[in-house]
Design a protein around this ligand. Structure first.
Ligand code: NAD
Length: 466
């Protein structure tokens, strides 16, 4: 087996030789990825069931189909995305051609988490390959079933001279990060995001950080409680709450809380039956470590719904907590499990103030029958994404980017945003080799007349006059 150094050198050599640049090569890799997804659908579904107790249906709609959509979009648009983008010209550069070239960065490192281990590993890969990079993929060591398929089967479908899967946990990833990459795309926690960014800083490597945090969900008094309860419960308990954009806690008035509680109970029973542990549609907690952490959170505030857990099965019931204090762990850390605290506020302004006092979230949700209220929350807050009256359906759209702001991350991807993220946008100006007479005026010594002309030309940024 190659040493790490040999592997990285092999990929760098491939990139330097220009092998990954032609559209045909990129398309061949994307087609390989597509075949991998098609040929190994069942294997991936089984791995996801093993890792997270995902049903085949849930795996399809939240992982496999989304990857396939990304690959197909990239294949359809690759040549168009790769085209030089002509830009506006000025009077000063009128005789030149100016454009933006999207060029690959070189050797890219993609580090993925465990909660959607196929989607969050392969969707960035689509962008990186489409943009013509060589890629090192580091799947999560926690989602072991998926990690195995990605490590053993995926490389057979891609050109090994430009692609490698490297395995490991914090220690191995730390060692990997000591090497120089041309771009690092990281999805995971803000804590590890800081480690990645610190390592990247050493080489001035640009990064995308797709991080997490606590996503507020404001519910106002005008809402129909059952509709809100259905939507919030569906998106909170999907994948057993292990979703970076899931509503993390509800903010509402005490009166709305009382209306929501029985409605949430009805939604949970409708979705998962009287005994949710027996439902095929409820996921499991990924690891014992995460299970222990979540069990600790069940002790915050008062359990209003659920609260049961079974360590042997890594099962935690869909739970709603009330009377939680802001200082308790459940309101301090990202929950990332099937637990939903309801925090009461006196008014919309108070809810907005509560949200703005905290780190900028990855996602923010506002439920109201008044579009003015939804707009007010949108206008007066900041977050990676915003949804009025629904959950994270926006993730299925390739036209909307996924990305955080502040503590929830930097950069964005999905669809064409992925291609742009993995491409350096190179500013290009091609001047004619001749026409020196026209340039004479810009050289010193500057006559009054030439100064005047240059000032005018520099001040006329867009050449609409000529
Ligand atoms: P994590 O940060 O623990 O791990 C992510 C990756 O980093 C893994 O591949 C892991 O091996 C590696 N890693 C862990 N510790 C490391 C270290 N000390 N040095 C170097 N590498 C290290 O995250 P996780 O537990 O896998 O995922 C959960 C987190 O990811 C949550 O915070 C969630 O919100 C976030 N997340 C964000 C998005 C998004 O799109 N923004 C999507 C999914 C998950």
């Amino acid at each position: 087996m190659d040493s790490l150094e040999d592997t990285l050198q092999r990929l760098r050599d491939t990139f330097r030789a220009g092998r990954t640049r032609p559209a045909e090569f990129r398309a061949a890799q994307l087609e390989g990825l597509n075949r991998f997804l098609q040929d190994n659908k069942q294997l991936l579904q089984e791995a996801l069931a093993e890792d997270l107790h995902k049903s085949a249906f849930e795996s399809d709609i939240s992982e496999l189909l989304l990857c396939q959509n990304e690959v197909e979009l990239a294949l359809r648009n690759l040549r168009n995305w790769m085209k030089d983008e002509p830009t506006a010209n000025s009077l000063l550069t009128k005789t030149s051609s100016t454009f933006i070239r999207k060029e690959p960065f070189g050797l890219v490192l993609v580090i993925a988490p465990w909660n959607y281990p196929v989607n969050l590993t392969l969707v960035p890969l689509v962008g990186a390959l489409a943009a013509g990079n060589c890629v090192v993929l580091k799947p999560s060591e926690i989602s072991k079933g998926t990690e195995k398929v990605l490590a053993e089967v995926l490389p057979r479908y891609l050109d090994q001279s430009c692609f490698a899967v490297l395995l490991g946990g914090p220690e191995e990833t730390g060692r990997l990060l000591e090497h120089r990459f041309d771009y690092i795309f990281f999805t995971g926690s803000p804590r590890v995001g800081r480690i990645v960014m610190t390592a990247a800083a050493k080489h001035l490597t640009p990064v995308t950080l797709e991080l997490g945090g606590k996503n507020p969900c404001y519910v106002d008094d005008s809402c129909d409680p059952q509709t809100v309860a259905n939507r919030v419960a569906f998106f909170r308990y999907f994948n057993a709450g292990q979703t970076c954009v899931a509503p993390d806690y509800v903010l509402c008035s005490p009166a709305t809380r009382e209306r929501l509680l029985p409605a949430l109970q009805r939604a949970i029973t409708r979705f998962f039956g009287e005994d949710p542990q027996r439902s095929p549609n409820l996921g499991r907690i990924i690891s014992e470590k995460q299970f222990g952490r979540l069990q600790g959170l069940l002790g915050c505030g008062r359990v209003a719904i659920g609260g049961q857990s079974d360590e042997g099965d890594r099962y935690i019931a869909p739970t709603v907590l009330v009377d939680v204090k802001e200082t308790e762990p459940v309101m301090q850390e990202e929950i990332f499990g099937p637990i939903l605290p309801i925090v009461t506020v006196g008014s919309l302004d108070e809810a907005i103030e509560f949200i703005n006092r905290r780190e900028k979230p990855l996602a923010l949700y506002a439920f109201s029958s008044s579009s003015q209220v939804v707009s007010q929350v949108l206008d007066q807050t900041s977050s990676g994404s915003f949804t009025g009256n629904d959950g994270f359906t926006f993730l299925t759209l390739l036209s909307l980017p996924l990305g955080g702001v502040g503590n929830s991350g930097m950069g964005r991807y999905h669809g064409k945003f992925s291609f742009d993220t993995f491409s350096h946008h190179r500013s290009c100006l091609l001047a004619p080799p001749g026409l020196e007479k026209l340039n004479e005026i810009r050289y010193p010594p500057y006559s009054d007349r030439n100064q005047q002309l240059i000032r005018w030309a520099v001040g006329t940024w867009s050449c609409t006059i000529l």
